[in-house]
Design a protein around this ligand. Sequence first.
Ligand SMILES: [Ca+2]
Length: 235
Amino acid sequence: MIIKFLKRTLSVCFQGLGTDEESLIEILCSRSNAEIMEIKKVYRELFKKELEKDVAGDTSGDFAKLLLALVEAKREQSSSVIDYQRIDEDARALYDAGVKRKGTDVKCWISIMSERSVPHLQKVFDRYKSYSPYDMQESIRKEVKGDLEKSFLTLVQCFENKQLYFASRLQDAMKSKGAKEKVLTRIMVSRCEVDLKKIRQEFKQHFGKSLHQTIAEHTKGDYQRALLSLCNGDD
Ligand SMILES: [Ca+2]
């Protein structure tokens, strides 16, 4: 099931140039090292090509550099030892590379955000506030634009609360009258065996209505039945 999903997701992602940047950002900025390694392996088996090559071919500039750094899956494993000095150095480096200077040293941001462990980065962003008048998300909005801005924001949102990120994506996909089926399907299928229960809790807590109820209101027929079955309960 997961393999089928990946095949569909990845082929949709890279089919036809003009690339679906939104899917690409969601997939590469929200997945763990292990998940990215698995995606690369499946991609190679299915398309007889390297994911890196297609990412590099379909994107450009700093956006491409960030995605390629994420595809390398070099993120450190979380450690039980908290390195306060390194937390402070990274927080200061992020500030010096962005809000403090004219322009942005994107390379520095990319290396810190693609290589450090998630628990480390959570502490870095907390510490960051003692240097910068803006928090990390506000700083990203001020410093960079377009797909690069979206990617950094997705990364930071996922570092802070990945289940809330997915809950918000689901909410966005069902805001208008019809649902954005591609986003809805991808998230429901890819998270149902991972963390959908927690996503449901975040959804209910932040948007007032349960995910189950929202799906029931915005979809219909067999598609609705399939999604509700993945949802696996009301809250
Ligand atoms: Ca700046």
